[in-house]
Design a protein around this ligand. Structure first.
Ligand code: 7RM
Length: 635
C-alpha cells in the first residue's frame, strides 16, 4: 500500500488509522519515499506540549529547494513550474520552467549572498504577486536565510514593526505594484517604514511599474542589473530539519502580531503530502491558488507544496474584478486550470455578479475546487458547486491555520463524500479533539466544542519568534497537553467536522485575520478619542465587516462626525492597513464593562448585528444602563 497517494475511502481510513497508531512509522515512510535528504534523521519525533517543544526528523539534513527544484530537473527541466498571469490581461503570461526557476533562484541567492546575507539571517520580502516573490522565498531557502514575507497591503508602520521584531537585515521590494486599474507606490511605503528600522542594511528593488522612485544611496539597489551579473549556480546550504525556514506574522487577539516560526523538514513533508492528496494533483495538471503569497496559504500551496510535487502552479498578480468579474474564469479557460483554490469571500463576491461573467468561459478543465480562510456558508458552497464545479468537481473545504503550516481537516476529493459547510475529516496524522469549557474532552458525535489537536504533526509552528512564552500561553495553556486552535467546531453523526469560527477576539474580514487590539490602538491614537471597541458583524461579501464603537473625550455634537470617521479610518489605514478600515463607526458615550474593566464584546457584537434579543446577563456589568443607550444610538 502506498501511503502517499490516497485513492479511495477505505484506503483513507486505513492510512488514517496507521497514522494514529504508529505516527512515527507512518511519517518516516512518507518522508523516506518522496523526498531527497542529504542525511537521514536519527529520530522521527520528540515532543512535549508542556514545554512546549516539538521536533520532527531530528538529525536529518536537507535543502528544501533541492526538493522543490533540483530533483525535478532531470525529468522535468522543461516543464512549467510557475505560470505568471499579470494584472493586465493584455500583458503576456510568463511560463517559467523548472530549469529557468533553478537559474533565477540561484541568481537571486547569489545576489543576496553577495550583499552579506548568511544562513540564519532574516530577510523581509514585501512584494506584489510577481515571479520575484516566489523566487525570493526560494532564494532565501537556498542559502538558509529565514524569509519573513509581509503582505504588500500592509502599511509602513505594520511593515516596520514586523521588520524590527525579527531584526531583518535586508528587504526585497518593488518600485510599485499593479492592482486592477490602480498602481500602488510600494517603495514609498517601504521608505516610510525603514525610517525606524536600524537593522536593514540593503533594499533590493524590483522594477515592476517603471515609476520614478527615490533610491537611498548605499542602501537601495535595483535588482535586475545585479541578477544579470550573477551566476546561475548556487550550491544549496545544507540545513538541519529543525532549522527555521520562515517567519510569518499572524494577528493575535491581543498585543502585537505573532511571528510564527516554521522549520524545514516537517514543513516540507507535510505541505507536499497534503498538496498531493487534497488536490489529487497528477503530472501535467495546472493548479491555481488565488491567495497572495503574503499569507500562509500562498507559502504552502502556491510555492512549497506544489513545487515539491513538481507541479505547475499559477501565480496571479491581479484581482477578481479586473478588468471585469469574469477574470478568474478567463484565467481558468486560458491556462486550462485543473485545480482551483480560493476563499469564500471571493466566491461570495463572484456569486453576486451576473452569471454571464462565468458562462462566457469554458471551465471544463476543472477537476477539484478548494475553499480556505473562513467558514463557507451554505449559499456560497452551492453556488460554487452548481456553477463552477457543475456538480462534477468536488469541493474541498480545507480548514487550517498559519500556525498549522498545512491543511488539517479536509475532504480528499473523489474519496471523501462532501457535505456543504463541513470541512469533513482530519487529514492523516491529525488528531482533533473537541473540548468543553471546563477542559474535558467531549466524546461521541453530534457535539460541539472548542477545537484542539492532541498530537503533533510535522508542520506545526515551533515557536513565536523571540517569545516562546507567548507561544506556550496562546496555544498550549488553555487545555492540558493539547494544541488549542482558537476555533469552535461541531462534529456530526458520522464524525465530520464543521468549523464554526473564532472563539477569541480575532475577526476574519475577507479571509484576513484581524486582531481587535491593534485596530483599537490605532483609533485611540486620535486625539479626540477616549476609548474604542471593535467587533465583527455579518457582511454578505466579506463574511465579517468591522464595526467600531468609539467614545470621544468630549461628548456633544460640536465635532463634525463625518470628518472624524474619515480621520479614524485614515489612522487605521496608516497604522494597520486598508483591510482593517471600519465599515461602521458608532460614537457612543459608554462601553459596557465587566467589573474587572473588560469590555463585554459579546453584547457589542449582538448590537452590531442588530440582534437585540437575548443580550444575556447584563447585571454583572459595571454600567448596565449603557446597553440600552448603545442600542438606541445604533438605530
Ligand atoms: C489557512 C488560513 C486561520 C483561521 C482559522 C479559522 C479560519 C481557515 C477555514 C476556516 C472555517 C475553513 N490561515 N479558517 N480555513 N474556518 N473553515 N475551511 O486561513 O491563519 O490566516 O487563518 O481561519 O478561524 O483559525 S489563517
Amino acid at each position: 500500500m502506498s501511503n502517499y497517494h490516497i485513492k479511495h475511502l477505505e484506503e483513507y481510513y486505513q492510512v488514517y488509522r496507521k497514522s494514529v497508531r504508529e505516527p512515527e512509522n507512518f511519517w518516516a515512510e512518507v518522508a523516506e519515499e518522496h523526498f531527497m535528504w542529504r542525511k537521514r534523521w536519527d529520530n522521527v519525533l520528540s515532543w512535549d506540549f508542556k514545554k512546549p517543544e516539538i521536533k520532527w526528523f531530528e538529525g536529518a539534513q536537507l535543502n528544501i529547494t533541492e526538493n522543490c527544484i533540483d530533483r525535478h530537473l532531470r525529468t522535468k527541466g522543461d516543464h512549467t513550474a510557475i505560470i505568471f498571469e499579470p494584472n493586465n490581461p493584455d500583458e503576456t503570461a510568463e511560463h517559467i520552467t523548472y530549469q529557468q526557476l533553478h537559474d533565477r533562484v540561484c541568481q537571486m541567492a547569489n545576489v543576496m549572498k553577495d550583499k552579506g546575507v548568511k544562513k540564519g539571517d532574516r530577510v523581509c520580502i514585501y512584494l506584489p504577486m510577481i515571479p520575484e516573490l516566489a523566487i525570493s522565498l526560494l532564494a532565501c531557502a537556498r542559502i538558509g536565510a529565514i524569509h519573513s514575507v509581509v503582505f504588500a497591503g500592509f502599511s509602513s508602520k505594520a511593515l516596520a514593526s514586523r521588520i524590527n521584531d525579527s531584526a531583518c537585515k535586508m528587504v526585497i521590494t518593488s518600485d510599485g505594484s499593479y492592482r486592477g486599474s490602480k498602481t500602488i507606490d510600494l517603495k514609498s511605503i517601504v521608505d516610510g517604514g525603514l525610517e525606524s528600522c536600524p537593522t536593514v542594511e540593503n533594499v533590493l528593488v524590483v522594477n515592476r511599474i517603471n515609476s520614478d522612485i527615490t533610491m537611498k544611496e548605499g542602501r537601495d539597489l535595483w535588482l535586475q542589473p545585479l541578477l544579470d551579473a550573477a551566476s546561475a549556480v548556487c550550491e544549496p546550504e545544507i540545513m538541519n530539519a529543525e532549522d527555521p525556514l520562515f517567519i510569518l506574522y499572524t494577528s493575535g487577539s491581543t498585543g502585537k502580531p505573532k511571528g510564527m516560526v516554521h522549520t524545514t523538514g516537517g514543513y516540507m513533508v507535510y505541505t507536499a503530502y497534503t498538496f498531493k492528496n487534497v488536490f489529487q494533483y497528477k503530472d501535467g495538471d495546472v493548479y491555481w491558488c488565488t491567495a497572495d503569497i503574503g499569507w500562509i496559504t500562498g507559502h504552502s500551496y502556491i510555492v512549497y507544496g506544489p513545487l515539491a510535487n513538481g507541479a505547475t502552479t499559477v501565480m496571479f498578480e491581479g484581482v477578481p474584478q479586473y478588468p471585469d468579474f469574469g477574470r478568474f474564469w478567463q484565467i481558468v479557460e486560458k491556462h486550462k486550470v485543473n485545480q482551483f483554490y480560493t476563499a469564500p469571500t471571493a466566491i461570495r463576491a463572484l456569486a453576486k455578479q451576473n452569471i454571464s461573467f462565468l458562462e462566457n468561459y469554458d471551465l471544463s478543465s476543472l477537476k477539484v475546487l478548494g475553499s480556505v480562510g473562513e467558514p463557507i456558508n451554505e449559499e456560497a458552497w452551492h453556488w460554487y458547486n452548481d456553477n463552477v464545479g457543475k456538480h462534477k468537481s468536488p469541493i474541498v473545504d480545507t480548514w487550517w491555520q498559519t500556525e498549522t503550516g498545512g491543511i488539517m481537516i479536509t475532504p480528499i476529493p473523489y474519496v471523501t463524500p462532501t457535505k456543504p459547510t463541513y470541512a469533513t475529516l482530519p487529514f492523516p496524522g491529525i488528531q482533533p479533539a473537541l473540548m468543553d469549557e471546563s477542559g474535558n474532552v467531549i466524546k461521541g458525535n453530534q457535539v460541539d466544542g472548542r477545537l484542539c489537536i492532541k498530537f503533533p504533526w510535522p508542520s506545526i509552528a515551533r515557536t513565536i519568534w523571540g517569545n516562546h512564552e507567548r507561544y506556550k500561553e496562546t496555544y498550549f495553556s488553555a487545555y492540558e497537553n493539547m494544541y488549542f486552535t482558537g476555533d469552535g467546531a461541531l462534529r456530526d453523526e458520522v464524525g465530520y467536522y464543521r468549523i464554526t469560527g473564532r472563539v477569541d477576539d480575532v475577526i476574519i474580514v475577507s479571509g484576513h485575520n484581524l486582531g481587535t487590539a491593534p485596530i483599537e490602538d490605532a483609533i485611540n491614537e486620535h486625539p479626540a478619542v477616549a476609548e474604542s471597541a471593535i467587533v465583527g458583524f455579518p457582511h454578505d461579501v466579506k463574511g465579517n465587516a468591522l464595526y467600531g464603537y468609539v467614545m470621544l473625550k468630549e461628548t456633544g455634537e460640536s465635532r463634525d462626525q463625518n470628518n472624524l470617521r474619515n480621520e479614524i479610518n485614515q489612522l487605521i489605514k496608516d497604522r494597520v492597513g486598508a483591510i482593517a478600515k471600519l465599515d461602521k463607526i458608532q460614537f457612543t458615550d459608554g462601553l459596557p464593562k465587566t467589573r474587572s474593566g473588560k469590555i463585554m464584546r459579546r453584547i457589542l457584537r449582538k448590537i452590531a448585528s442588530k440582534d437585540f434579543s437575548n443580550l444575556g446577563d447584563t447585571s454583572t456589568l459595571l454600567n448596565p444602563e449603557c446597553v440600552q443607550v448603545i442600542i438606541d444610538e445604533s438605530l
